[in-house]
Design a protein around this ligand. Structure first.
Ligand code: 9MR
Length: 355
């Protein structure tokens, strides 16, 4: 009996994926004259053939969800010597190259997912400014140098802005040890290591007016100073509670910076408006509301496609999303494909836009 159930389930899944694979439009083709369509993936999906079918059909850009972050690359030997381990990241890049994807590098300088020891000497004390700059330089040169020509864009600095601070800068260890000029140093080192790569400042909640203005001024100033920064990464972790109008205002403002490139780097649309509600299954009316939200969002992205060069979803399908564990553990359905690889109303909403 169990065997029959297993066979039946497998056949249903294959039929489903066959359908997903052959009958529906490909996102990357639908949007080919507007922007690249990217997806954030963990390395484990490469050994799942159903995932691979969906990935190769719809996307042409990839971001490692965690595998290229400092904590995934940095190692410290028994002798205390720091080195880089690219085993996992190289697997990632190999897949991308075999299947013709471009890769976004995420991320070099961040307060999170960076080992605490990276900021300290052998006795556990914080490094001096000079020693920290040296360490940052070596790390960026090694990593960006290693991937030179294989990663077209880097999130050089991630989430450095904190709108609650008087100067708008997050009090990260980078900031505390080096000072506010750590940003320009990071961009300079990345550019030295790969002069062809597009270099981004990446952040979330850019639609909040104060945060938006801080990022705008910061990136504009850096560019005017001649710092090699090419663009702004707008993460776009959104929810149905967000205002599309505010999102457009942020894009419109960033687009006025001369020679700017905007990339939507981490898109998802949370269906919850609070931290306590939990649904077992996705409420149909919310899936339709989400579809409308995605439709309006893509109308905005298309309107600014002269500056937007990549729209990347933060996950392949709903059950792979980080939002299943944040801010609390619960079911969530923030992406275009459901647990069974099926396109959701949100998929059709953005695809129908084209017709
Ligand atoms: O999706 C990532 C998740 O698997 C990690 O546990 C988490 C840890 O910080 O990072 C998530 O990705 C984040 C990205 O690197 C930066 N912007 C916010 C993303 C969601 O937290």
């Amino acid at each position: 009996m169990k065997v029959f159930v297993a066979i039946f389930l497998t056949m249903t899944l294959f039929a489903t994926v066959y359908y997903a694979d052959s009958e529906i439009p490909s996102l990357k083709e639908v949007f080919s004259s507007y922007f690249k369509i990217g997806v954030a993936l963990p390395v484990r999906v490469f050994s799942n053939s159903l995932d691979v079918q969906l990935i190769t059909k719809h996307f042409n850009s990839m971001t490692a969800e965690n595998e290229m972050k400092p904590e995934s690359i940095l190692r410290r030997g028994a002798d205390g010597k720091i080195f880089c381990d690219f085993t996992m990241a190289d697997r990632y890049i190999r897949f991308a190259q075999q299947h013709g994807f471009v890769v976004r590098g995420h991320t070099l300088v961040w307060h999170s997912q960076t080992p605490d020891w990276f900021f300290r000497d052998d006795s556990g004390n914080l490094l001096s400014r000079e020693a920290m700059i040296e360490r940052m330089k070596e790390y960026i040169h090694t990593v960006v140098g290693h991937f030179k020509g294989r990663v077209y864009a880097w999130d050089v600095v991630n989430e450095a802005v904190d709108s609650n601070q008087p100067d708008g800068m997050r009090r990260s260890l980078w900031y505390q040890i080096i000072g506010p000029d750590y940003l320009e140093l990071a961009f300079k080192f990345a550019h030295e290591a790969d002069p062809e790569a597009l270099l981004f400042y990446n952040d979330y909640n850019e639609f909040e007016p104060r945060k938006r203005d801080i990022i705008y001024n910061m990136v504009k100033d850096l560019k005017e100073k001649g710092v090699p920064i090419h663009g702004i990464g707008m993460q776009q972790h959104l929810s149905l509670a967000r205002s599309i109008e505010q999102i457009e205002q942020a894009i419109a403002l960033f687009a006025t910076i001369p020679d700017i490139v905007i990339e939507i780097t981490e898109l998802d649309v949370d269906i919850y408006r609070d931290n306590v509600t939990k649904y077992q299954t996705a409420p149909t009316e919310l899936l339709h509301e989400q579809a409308e939200f995605y439709r309006k969002l893509f109308q905005v992205y298309k309107k600014y496609s002269h500056v937007i060069d990549n729209v990347t979803f933060w996950g392949l399908k709903d059950d792979y999303s980080w939002l299943r564990g944040f801010p609390v553990r619960r079911n969530n359905w923030p992406l275009l494909f459901d647990e069974n690889y099926q396109p959701k109303p949100a998929f059709w909403a953005i695809v129908d836009l084209q017709t």
